[in-house]
Design a protein around this ligand. Structure first.
Ligand code: TRP
Length: 415
């Protein structure tokens, strides 16, 4: 495998370590993006690629996504493929390590739903129950229950049932194994240790951990789904299926898996997966840590009641001054105001956001006013989610997770 995979774990400074298995603190995304070798989006939300996306698809890229998309790998290639009517599909996933999903988990899924509609593309969603069994102290029984609840939450994001396939790893090894062994044959132990930051001498670096990366990597190659992806004429040939392009929307910490894929794509004679990366939703406790289910006070869960949401946001970290008089005089700082940072996602209105930012930083908008707006917007969002979630019954669940599911590429394309 390519040497460029070496030493790409972002742990150069002690205060910031980013691997798929531990994200303690992210205070500087630019540093991670540079270290990982990704291409940053311009940070004013107006990257030319977004304009090109809009021109090609005729769909506006909502500002809530523009604010959270930080970088990519060859997103332009996906747009090229779309322009030429070549087949593309989307791949994302979820590790079921908690029964309740929180707002931060929903962002990539909501974005996938948006992309699925805009690009009219099939989407595959991997549920890594195996990963959570290997990496956490949980039983398979417990994980199975969480996975089921999580899958229902994911379905409630509104995916098109004819274009979406959700699969549980422990039940899909037959489908993935041919691709997994191809990856395992090419990637060395040294590559995996370097790319994923597993300690070399660690007694905790088990076989399960080092064998897992090819499992998450496999679905980024369309060949995995040769029996599931269909054209109007039926199954793709092996040669043709390898030309299908994959776009992986994911949080930046998941990049190493796909960097690994891209490093071996040529040897596999398979198109390289493209990526589009999200930053994390900030913790209620402060903007330089992320919302994390392991710290329940840091997040708003999709099951939280209106009064829980109100209480949590009223307590969240504020970028305003402690005393009202002082705030009015000196102004606050929206950069570390959690309510404002959350509103960047939940209020899709750039002008209003600008007004809030200006007003808060001048001291004209108070902390409690900012919190009040955040409470209103987030409550609306969660209530809408709950309505959709209540409609996800067993029948819908089995339609999304049918192991024999087929997904059609609907336009006629030139390979
Ligand atoms: N490992 C991811 C998690 O713990 C789940 C996952 C599997 C994933 N495949 C993916 C995430 C592809 C993004 C893209 O949540």
């Amino acid at each position: 495998m390519n040497n460029d995979l070496n030493s790409l774990v972002s742990n150069e400074s002690d205060e910031q370590k980013v691997t798929p298995f531990e994200v303690e603190k992210i205070s500087n995304y630019n540093k991670v993006i540079t270290q990982f070798g990704c291409t940053p989006f311009s940070n004013d939300g107006n990257d030319p690629l977004f304009e090109r996306f809009e021109k090609l698809t005729g769909v506006k890229m909502p500002s809530c996504y523009r604010h959270f998309l930080i970088s990519h790998r060859e997103f332009g290639e996906i747009l090229n493929a779309y322009e030429k009517e070549k087949p593309i599909y989307l791949y994302t996933g979820r590790g079921p390590s908690s029964e309740n999903m929180h707002l931060g988990h929903m962002i990539p899924f909501k974005f996938c739903k948006f992309l699925q509609d805009a690009l009219n593309a099939p989407l595959v969603i991997q549920i890594t129950d195996d990963e959570k069994y290997i990496f956490k102290d949980l039983t398979m029984d417990k994980i199975a229950k969480m996975a089921k609840e999580n899958i229902k939450d994911i379905i409630a994001c509104g995916f098109n049932v004819n274009k979406t396939f959700v699969f549980l790893n422990s039940q899909s090894m037959g489908m993935m194994y041919p691709m997994i062994i191809k990856i395992q044959k090419l990637v060395t132990l040294k590559d995996v240790l370097n790319t994923f930051g597993f300690p070399l001498d660690g007694k905790d670096t088990t076989l399960g951990k080092v064998a897992f990366p090819p499992v998450q990597a496999a679905p980024a190659f369309a060949e995995t789904f040769i029996k599931h992806f269909l054209t109007k004429n039926g199954q793709f040939t092996e040669k043709d299926v390898r030309k299908i392009k994959c776009l992986v929307p994911c949080a930046i910490d998941q990049d190493p898996y796909f960097r690994m894929c891209r490093g071996i794509s040529n040897q596999l004679e398979h198109s390289k997966p493209a990526l589009i990366h999200f930053s994390f939703l900030p913790s209620l406790n402060g903007v330089d840590t992320k919302m994390s289910s392991s710290t329940p006070q840091s997040c708003i869960f999709l099951t939280d009641t209106v009064s829980q949401i109100r209480k949590k946001i009223n307590k969240c970290f504020s970028g305003g001054k402690e005393l009202l008089e002082e705030h009015k005089l000196l102004g606050g700082n929206t950069n570390n105001d959690v309510s404002f940072q959350l509103l960047k996602f939940f209020m899709d209105n750039d002008e209003k956001l600008k007004e809030l930012e200006y007003g808060f930083n001048k001291g004209e908008i108070t902390c409690s006013q900012m919190k009040g707006i955040a409470i209103e917007k987030i409550t609306e969002h969660i209530e809408r989610f709950k309505e959709n979630r209540a409609k996800v019954d067993e029948d819908i669940y089995s339609q999304f997770t049918d192991v024999n599911k087929t997904l059609f590429f609907c336009y006629f394309f030139v390979l």
